[in-house]
Design a protein around this ligand. Structure first.
Ligand code: NAD
Length: 248
């Protein structure tokens, strides 16, 4: 059976790196994207030029109907899903707690946790041996922020990543006997555009001297940990976390 992976938010950053590496390892790849059609198609085109199998499928993972349609499209275009990387996430402008309102909290949680939950649900329906599936693996992209807060730094984001950690452990135990493994990576400071969205494009360079390895990470360094967790080399590993954070 061919491996098929759904990578949410796969058009750039850690998601795109994961898409390239998964294709290199023989997966059929669904590059999910929300708005950036051109970037998603560029990732797919690169994979195809290198002989891989990939499709770009639009879905806002915060919207339940979109997530259901996403997995139906994957069924049709690539075949049964065997792996899910819950990578899509948002980091909004840096803001102190006094200024955070429910609208923003709901927006951040809608993508970072509700979206990941909905994707996991659709994947489990297809992978579980209880539903006639052949098993599979899920990797959630959490963050060191879930455990290491810092003054003035996105309490909402940290809380959403803490929720992803809890979901990882709970879901891993729920589906362990059904052939599905669930793990997470916790990246540290990685060079991607998410920091510009958070209002500080040069954030990694600002903090890097204070990191044990004194450098930021590259998206591919996170992708390598994700691909290991998805692979059969991690066959007895579930409900756990890999910190990809240069020792932070
Ligand atoms: P990124 O902004 O390049 O990637 C996030 C992707 O998710 C984007 O392509 C974005 O369009 C997509 N996305 C956002 N909301 C979506 C939605 N509702 N539906 C579908 N797609 C959506 O940033 P990145 O750094 O590559 O982030 C990937 C993951 O890594 C995120 O979950 C992020 O929280 C996590 N992370 C990043 C860092 C870092 O330093 N870069 C550190 C820790 C954790």
């Amino acid at each position: 059976m061919k491996n098929v992976v759904v990578i949410t938010g796969g058009s750039r950053g850690i998601g795109a790196a994961t898409a390239y590496l998964a294709a290199e390892r023989g997966y059929g790849v669904c590059v999910n994207y929300c708005q950036n059609h051109r970037a998603a198609e560029a990732v797919v085109e690169t994979i195809r030029q290198q002989g891989g199998r990939a499709v770009a499928i639009a879905a806002n993972i915060a919207v339940e109907a979109d997530v259901i349609a996403l997995f139906q499209a994957v069924d049709q275009q690539l075949g049964p899903v065997t792996a899910l990387v819950n990578n899509a996430g948002i980091l909004e402008q840096q803001m102190r707690v006094e200024n955070l309102d429910a609208t923003r909290l709901n927006r951040v949680f809608a993508t970072n946790i509700t979206g990941a939950f909905l994707c996991a649900r659709e994947a489990v329906k297809r992978m579980s041996t209880h539903h006639g599936g052949s098993g599979g693996a899920i990797v959630n992209v959490s963050s060191v922020a879930a455990r290491l807060g810092a003054p003035g730094e996105y309490v909402d984001y940290a809380a959403s990543k803490g929720a992803i950690d809890a979901m990882t452990v709970g879901l891993a135990k729920e589906v362990a006997a059904e052939g599905i493994r669930v793990n997470a990576v916790r990246p540290g400071f990685i060079y991607t555009d998410i920091h510009a969205d958070g209002g500080e494009p040069n954030r990694v360079d600002r903090v890097k001297q204070n990191l044990p390895m004194q450098r930021g990470g590259q998206p591919m360094e996170v992708a390598q940990a994700i691909l290991w967790l998805l692979s059969s080399e991690a066959s007895y590993t579930t409900g756990t976390f890999i910190e990809v954070a240069g020792g932070r």
